[in-house]
Design a protein around this ligand. Structure first.
Ligand code: NDP
Ligand code: MG
Length: 365
């Protein structure tokens, strides 16, 4: 692995990916953002990419002037981001947030570029369309999401799907773990953004508070590992040390453990199957003494089961659940709706979702 493209380089995952690129001396061929051109300019000056793309066209025009003294070509709009995804590179890391990541993933697949995928919304909304096309083009999709990276790693060495009993997806429980529905009526945006173990972008932080994140990850796991809803168990593990597990037919459970530092799964997705030193701290289990696991409270955190229902129905339902969540999550962050309204919005959209028009080729019959 020598060269890479980073989509969403100004975000939480994007900037951590640049830490990895710095450490491993990767050539960064393209960098992209939505509208943050100040940080993107700094990144251009340090990494000297061939292309920088900004989704917001007017911000792209501003950046073009700012970096006119460099050799970097600045593109604008979704087409610009997709062009960046199609550059000849060893890997395209997609760390865009939301459904905006779907088209660039498809563009990277069409160009035959292997993908390190952080953008879980790609698989939630594009599902089979993405996995089928990746297979046809011989493109590898390597998970960056810590739980999926853990499952991917735990599966190394197992003889195949027939030997796997189930996947155990761990969840920290987020900042509101242990609270009742009543406790959550008036929680603030600031409280929702305060994740106990991970420092992440705003959208996924709120998704972790509602546990919609675990619902999205449930769907993501089904597409990545080709399993059914009954093959996945969600377990709350507040310490975020065990990143997820795989139970095999003989009762053996294989887990991946580590300190919560996204640079580890980012680097693994980029360098797989090779392992290198990482900037993460060493895991000292003796400092933890106890690791705990329990069942989620599905009544209070209803988003997990809403996603499960959506993927069980299939077709357009997962994309509808994702769309409702993206909109409601933003409205909550903008102070326009309350915390519990997010799950209600997802549930309401699923109830009124009559169209069974599938985004997947298999279901369009
Ligand atoms: P951030 O909000 O921190 O960063 C998002 C990035 O995407 C930024 O570069 C942003 O640009 C860009 N972006 C936003 N909207 C658009 C758009 N419409 N078109 C093009 N680019 C856009 O998000 P995170 O890094 O936290 O998350 C990124 C993805 O990774 C999400 O799907 C998330 O679920 C997943 N993930 C994140 C983890 C984490 O620890 N953060 C862990 C596991 C998965 P700008 O800066 O200009 O807004
Ligand atoms: Mg995760």
């Amino acid at each position: 692995m020598k060269s890479m493209v980073i989509l969403g380089s100004t975000g939480s995952i994007g900037t951590q990916a640049l830490d990895v690129a710095r450490l491993r001396n990767f050539t960064v061929k393209a960098l992209t953002s939505n509208s943050n051109i100040d940080l993107l300019e700094k990144q251009i000056r340090e990494f000297k990419p061939e292309i920088a793309a900004v989704a917001d066209e007017s911000r792209a025009a501003e950046l073009r002037i700012k970096v006119a003294d460099t050799d970097t070509k600045v593109l604008g709009g979704e087409e610009g981001i997709c062009a960046a995804a199609q550059l000849d590179a060893d890997k395209v890391l997609n760390s865009i947030v939301g459904i905006a990541g779907l088209k660039p993933t498809l563009a990277a697949i069409e160009a035959g570029n292997d993908i390190a995928l952080a953008n879980k919304e790609t698989l939630v909304t594009g599902g089979e369309l993405v996995t089928t096309r990746a297979k046809e083009k011989g493109v590898a999709i390597l998970p960056v999401d810590s739980e999926h990276s853990a499952i991917f790693q735990s599966l190394q060495g197992s003889p195949g799907k027939q030997s796997v009993k189930r996947l155990i997806l761990t969840a920290s429980g987020g900042p509101f773990f242990g609270r009742t529905r009543d406790d959550l009526k008036d929680v603030t945006v600031e409280q929702a953004l305060k994740h106990p173990n991970w420092s992440m972008g705003a959208k996924i932080s709120v998704d972790s508070a509602t546990m919609m994140n675990k619902g999205l990850e449930f769907i993501e796991a089904m597409h990545l590992f080709g399993v059914t809803p009954d093959d996945i168990q969600v377990l709350i593990h507040p310490e975020s040390v065990v990143h997820s597990m795989v139970e095999l037919l003989d009762g053996t459970v294989i887990a991946q453990l580590g300190v919560p530092d996204m640079r580890v799964p980012i680097q693994y997705a980029l360098t797989y199957p090779e392992r290198y030193e990482s900037p993460a701290k060493q895991l000292r289990l003796e400092d933890w003494k106890t690791l705990t696991f329990e069942q989620p409270d599905y009544d209070t955190f209803s988003c997990i089961n809403l996603c499960r229902q959506a993927i069980t129905k299939g077709g357009v339902y997962p994309a509808a659940a994702n769309g409702a969540n993206e909109a409601a999550n933003k409205l909550f962050r903008d102070g326009k709706i309350k915390f519990l309204d997010i799950a209600d919005a997802v549930s309401g959209v699923l109830d009124s979702c009559l169209l069974y028009t599938s985004p997947s080729p298999r279901d369009t019959r």
